[in-house]
Design a protein around this ligand. Structure first.
Ligand SMILES: CN(C)Cc1ccn2c1[nH]c(=O)c1c(Cl)cccc12
Length: 127
């Protein structure tokens, strides 16, 4: 518990809406995707290097985004539907394929995660 915060008599249990559940399921599907060797491909996509670490990235990529930012938008309730979450994931994958060479691991991982996202979305929309 954060010190100094008055204990609320009853912890208000925030109800997740069906949309929030869908968004979380899609985010987790990408976050938890592993290849057949058990490697979690999302690891490198969680956090972009900073502008000082990778200046030419920010010169080349108009709208840099990483999974931490997508997650914070999601928990802030900024995605009003599944398509707007999809847009940001697709933006991220496209950024990875714009900046990195086609032979690079991160380029290939972006394609695999993009496919994993689309499959998860199909399953969720079919429910
Ligand atoms: C391998 N290294 C120099 C590039 C690198 C390193 C990390 N990240 C990248 N490239 C990316 O595009 C990228 C994206 Cl979209 C989201 C999050 C992290 C990324």
């Amino acid at each position: 518990r954060r010190s100094g915060v008055a204990a609320s008599p009853k912890k208000a249990r925030t109800q997740t809406t069906p949309l929030q559940q869908k968004l979380t399921d899609l985010y987790e599907a990408v976050r938890n995707f592993t290849d057949n060797r058990g490697r979690r491909l999302s690891a490198v996509f969680l956090r972009l290097p900073s502008r000082s670490e990778l200046p030419d990235y920010y010169a080349a990529i108009k709208r840099p985004i990483d999974m931490e930012r997508i997650r914070s938008y999601m928990v802030q309730g900024r995605y009003q539907d599944v398509d707007s979450l999809a847009e940001d994931f697709i933006l991220m994958f496209n950024n990875a394929c714009t900046y990195n060479e086609p032979e690079s691991l991160i380029y290939r991982d972006a394609l695999l995660l993009h496919r994993a996202f689309l499959e998860a979305r199909r399953q969720i929309e079919d429910e």
